[in-house]
Design a protein around this ligand. Structure first.
Ligand code: SF4
Length: 76
């Protein structure tokens, strides 16, 4: 089963070392590894700037509306 979790805004929830085919290096990464932590689409900070072990992916193609069209099971 291909299951993904999303936040209340429909953004994909990701772990630091997850990666997908839409990865693009974050400008701030000195040695960008192919994982969400170093991807320009990811955010691992709260509104108060605290670090989280899980983050959200801002890439529209990974959002809930896009993946539901692909038949992915959604867990909220
Ligand atoms: S942050 Fe999103 S686009 Fe970037 S690697 Fe992770 S899942 Fe893919």
């Amino acid at each position: 089963m291909n299951s993904k979790r999303f936040n209340e805004k429909g953004q994909l929830i990701v772990g630091e070392n997850f990666c997908c085919e839409h990865w693009e290096p974050d400008d701030g990464a000195l040695v960008p590894m192919k994982e969400c932590w170093c991807c320009k689409w990811a955010s691992f900070k709260t509104d108060s700037n605290d670090h989280m072990s899980e983050g959200v992916c801002g890439y529209v193609g990974n959002g809930i509306d896009a993946v539901q069209e692909d038949g992915v099971t959604v867990i909220s």
